[in-house]
Design a protein around this ligand. Structure first.
Ligand SMILES: [Zn+2]
Length: 139
C-alpha cells in the first residue's frame, strides 16, 4: 500500500516523507516566475533542494510550463538599438533645419559621430533612390 502526497501528488511508501517538503514552495514559485530560463531554473531548484526535477515540477504545479523563456537581449543588440535611436533623432533635427553640428550639440554627441551617422543615412537614402529609379525603369 502506498499513499499519495497531499501537496504534490507523488506516490509515497507508508511513513515516507515527501521530497516536496524540503522545498520552500513560495520561493521556488517566485524564482521560477522570474527566471530568465525557466527550464534551467527547474534544474537549479532541484540541485538546491536536493530533490528530483519531477518534484520541483510538482511543487510548481500549474505554474510549470506557463513561464516563457525570455529572449536574451545581448549587449550588442542593445547598442545597435541605442545607435539607431540616436541616428533617428539626429536626422530629425537636421530635417527640421539644424546643421549637423547644431544637431550634434543638441543631442550631446561628438560632431564626428553625428557626421558619421548622417553620412550613413545619406548612403541609405541613395540606395533607396537607386531602387526607386530601377522601379521607374521597370515600369
Ligand atoms: Zn509532495
Amino acid at each position: 500500500m502506498f499513499r499519495v502526497c497531499d501537496f504534490c501528488g507523488a506516490n509515497l511508501d507508508p511513513g515516507e516523507r515527501c521530497d516536496c517538503e524540503k522545498v520552500d514552495v513560495e520561493w521556488a514559485r517566485t524564482s521560477y516566475r522570474q527566471a530568465k530560463d525557466p527550464e534551467e531554473q527547474v534544474k537549479i531548484l532541484a540541485d538546491l533542494y536536493l530533490v528530483s526535477k519531477e518534484t520541483i515540477k510538482k511543487v510548481l504545479g500549474d505554474l510549470y510550463g506557463t513561464v516563457q523563456k525570455q529572449k536574451r537581449i545581448s549587449k550588442k543588440e542593445n547598442n545597435a538599438e541605442k545607435r539607431a535611436r540616436l541616428q533617428a533623432l539626429l536626422i530629425s533635427d537636421i530635417a527640421c533645419g539644424m546643421t549637423v553640428r547644431e544637431a550634434a550639440e543638441h543631442r550631446g554627441v561628438p560632431y564626428n559621430i553625428a557626421s558619421n551617422y548622417t553620412r550613413e543615412f545619406r548612403k541609405e537614402l541613395k540606395k533607396v533612390k537607386v531602387r526607386h529609379d530601377l522601379l521607374e525603369e521597370l515600369a
